[in-house]
Design a protein around this ligand. Sequence first.
Ligand SMILES: Cc1cc2nc3c(=O)[nH]c(=O)nc-3n(C[C@H](O)[C@H](O)[C@H](O)COP(=O)(O)O)c2cc1C
Length: 199
Amino acid sequence: MEQQLCRVGFAFCGSFCTYSKAMEALERVKARFGDVTCVVSETSAACDTRFGNAHDFMREMERICDRRVIDTMLKAEPIGPKKLFDVLVICPCTGNTLGKLAAGITDSTVTLAAKAHLRNSRPLVIAISTNDGLASSAKSIGTLLDKKHVYFVPFRQDDPGEKPTSLVSDFSLVPDAISAALAQRQLQPLLLGPDAAGS
Ligand SMILES: Cc1cc2nc3c(=O)[nH]c(=O)nc-3n(C[C@H](O)[C@H](O)[C@H](O)COP(=O)(O)O)c2cc1C
């Protein structure tokens, strides 16, 4: 797919097991859209986990994007008044952030970035990763599916046997979901079947 230059915000929440795939998605988004700035939630910025060190991830985000990471609410606030992004993607989006977005709560860097961005009637694209997608987060997803300017990266049950309520977006579809959202379209099919590659 050819380049489609625009300004993308790429926000990370604390679904740490998906970070290596999210970083691959970030590289592809950078290659397609050119101008990308990362935003991290407080959890993402603070937690060193078995999946990697927070500081190393943020350094890698800055290397890929050649821009400083937005890592505080203070730095996120100008996203609205300065119209910093044409589109904002949250990848990965946790159950916690889904719940806040659905309820209109904006007490974190990522949720404030989303609120600031949505006030400009510009698209927000959500790539979910949560073990309770078909349990307590189901109502948040339902609420957001019905919200203007909000789009989803197509998702599936990633492990119906072991994690029957878990839902995960296919992060390889993030660039296409962004292109569709920029055209005010939800990338279809929204609901994916089992992943033959098991990813
Ligand atoms: C190692 C680790 C992995 C986690 N994975 C997930 C996940 O895949 N999905 C999710 O919704 N929450 C996950 N969490 C929990 C979130 O990090 C937690 O709910 C946090 O409050 C999210 O904050 P945020 O949404 O502001 O990033 C994980 C936590 C840890 C420590």
